[in-house]
Design a protein around this ligand. Sequence first.
Ligand SMILES: C[C@@](CO)(OP(=O)(O)O)[C@H](O)COP(=O)(O)OP(=O)(O)OC[C@H]1O[C@@H](n2ccc(N)nc2=O)[C@H](O)[C@@H]1O
Ligand SMILES: Nc1ncnc2c1ncn2[C@@H]1O[C@H](COP(=O)(O)OP(=O)(O)O)[C@@H](O)[C@H]1O
Length: 301
Amino acid sequence: MALHALRDCPAPAKLNLFLHVCGRRPDGYHLLQTVFQMVDHGDTLHFAARDDGQIRRLTEVAGVPEQQDLIVRALRLLAAEFERRHGRAAPGIDVEIDKILPMGGGLGGGSSDAATALMAANHLWQAGLDREELMALGLPLGADIPFFIFGQTAFAEGVGEALVPVAVPASWYVVIEPGISVPTAAIFSSGDLTRNTEPVTIADFSRCLVSQTNPGGFGKNDLQAVAERLFPPVAEAVKWLSQFGKARMTGSGACVFCAFSTESEADRVLSTVPAVWTAWKAKSLARHPLAEVLQVGGVLD
Ligand SMILES: C[C@@](CO)(OP(=O)(O)O)[C@H](O)COP(=O)(O)OP(=O)(O)OC[C@H]1O[C@@H](n2ccc(N)nc2=O)[C@H](O)[C@@H]1O
Ligand SMILES: Nc1ncnc2c1ncn2[C@@H]1O[C@H](COP(=O)(O)OP(=O)(O)O)[C@@H](O)[C@H]1O
């Protein structure tokens, strides 16, 4: 029998272990190389099917009107695809969200919420899209959405949509939220941004992991210098966390992270973070945790 509701669906944060800007597409979008790593810290979504075709977000999210929420926009795209395939309107859905990821944090919160919503609704509605089809549906809304649907640690190219699985040792991360929101567009449009980092290979990345224990130690984040200049709290967080290892910004910022090989090391550093910042620790996730909730392993394959 078809499920009516799915509660406690995780929408994990991502870290960009490195992020290189290697060029630009004719439409102005930047060509990237990055490794996406999910961690066990994120938002939680709850879904209940409706029978009137409406897509509703029941939770208020400060600064994000319901109709602009990436969750709602993604579900509208899925509903249209459902109608095209099945010749009838999609059933509709209620969504609640426990939001803990900061916006404009470089943790991919909005994209992760949208990806979880697409996977959950595809399941609840029995829409029948496979993983690649869901990834393609989400891409126009956010370049990080395909990664979350891909669902495993990945080396990414293009704008982040060309994904290959990559093995990264399990690690603990300390993440600092500098308390500001960085608009991605402001970083990519900066005249100071370098856009010509030489392309690397997965082998370059993997070789580096063998020679050092820190998965955040390879390459650099090309967006970081610009973000540090425009948003000084980012620079302060990087400087402070750098006492303990190779600290780096994730995505277009603002959050900053450092990898540790044991939980106790991460705990020790976390306990000394100045109270002005929100900080947390998280463990790497090799697979998207929603697979367990859907109890499938195979629903999207
Ligand atoms: C930088 C990354 C790295 O994972 O993540 P975040 O830090 O935002 O989470 C992503 O590439 C974020 O991609 P996406 O989520 O699509 O970015 P958006 O906020 O929609 O982009 C805002 C604007 O930034 C510019 N932009 C974005 C991505 C890209 N590869 N090149 C660009 O030039 C475009 O002008 C775009 O209109
Ligand atoms: N469900 C959502 N959660 C977070 N942000 C959302 C959501 N829907 C739309 N947004 C918009 O997307 C912007 C980027 O948010 P987010 O993805 O959390 O940050 P980042 O891209 O830095 O990782 C927010 O400032 C907000 O305006």
